[in-house]
Design a protein around this ligand. Structure first.
Ligand SMILES: [Zn+2]
Length: 274
């Protein structure tokens, strides 16, 4: 293990191999036959490569693990398997249901640990804000400006999450859950700085801005509304659309085209590019 300055505790320590998204998510996106699909603007291919870098010391890795990942990752959707987060939500009555979405009160569901969901999300956004994770440049994946430091303090339990950061959690409502991962990426909200990431069955989005708590959508944000809303929406189409848009010009390897055709033939509908 190399020695370096851990960006979370700022001490010189042995650095672990840290995953941007948790290492334990990768097995959820594959089965015996299909590898996870990696997407960027140049290439789209099944891959066993993982997004990781020597970044955090063991104590800080453990902080992210025990306060977020270890509780949240087992709730995600498994390929052709159970989806515990969905199951725990729909056991309850939604606080609001429209044709487009249902909203559940996370605060009323003892089986869902809301602070750990928030810690998990912020841990991933923060890591993306301090490191490139091998993108071929030194620039971090996302630019959070001074809020990167605010998130660091929050993750260490030294400060509350700032009021101008709102987090929305959306869970797949449909029977087909997109078995993929999308690293933190800038969103297109017109009013606020906005970033999202996707892990199997769940999308997490942050909105950053001084008036974020006054916006109409703030009531759907888990750290703003005291009932800790979690949204159940058809996510898969949007996530597939995003991947298609950002990989339209990408070279698709033969292995990917073959995998996609095989998945399509089985009606799993993870077509990349619709
Ligand atoms: Zn550390």
């Amino acid at each position: 293990m190399p020695i370096g300055i851990c960006p979370m505790c700022r001490e010189e320590k042995k650095l672990c191999m840290s995953h941007l998204l948790s290492k334990k998510i990768y097995p959820l996106c594959r089965n015996d036959e299909f590898e996870p699909v990696a997407v960027n603007s140049q290439v789209m291919r099944p891959t066993v490569n993982q997004t990781k870098a020597y970044l955090l010391c063991e104590i800080c890795e453990d902080n992210l693990s025990k306060n977020g990942e270890r509780i949240t990752v087992p709730l995600l959707s498994r390929w052709d398997g159970p989806f515990p987060l969905f199951d725990r939500l729909v056991k309850q009555k939604p606080i609001l249901a429209t044709e487009a979405m249902s909203i559940y009160a996370g605060a009323d569901i003892p089986e869902i640990d809301v602070p750990k969901l928030i810690h998990f999300a912020m841990g991933i956004f923060w890591k993306a804000s301090v490191h490139s994770f091998g993108r071929g440049s030194d620039r971090p994946r996302i630019d959070l400006g001074e809020d990167s430091e605010a998130l660091r303090l929050f993750l260490r339990g030294e400060a509350p999450l700032p009021d101008h950061i709102a987090l929305a959690i959306a869970v797949e409502s449909g029977p087909i859950r997109f078995p993929a991962m999308i690293d933190p990426f800038p969103g297109d909200n017109p009013d606020f700085r906005n970033f999202f990431f996707y892990v199997p069955g769940m999308q997490m989005q942050i909105y950053i801005g001084d008036k974020v708590r006054e916006s109409p959508s703030a009531k759907y944000c888990i750290n703003v509304n005291p009932r800790a809303p979690i949204l159940l929406v058809p996510l898969g189409k949007d996530m597939r659309g995003f991947m298609a848009k950002h990989s339209a010009d990408a070279y698709k390897t033969e292995k990917l085209l073959k995998t996609t055709a095989e998945i399509e033939a089985r009606g799993l509908s993870v077509k990349l590019g619709d």
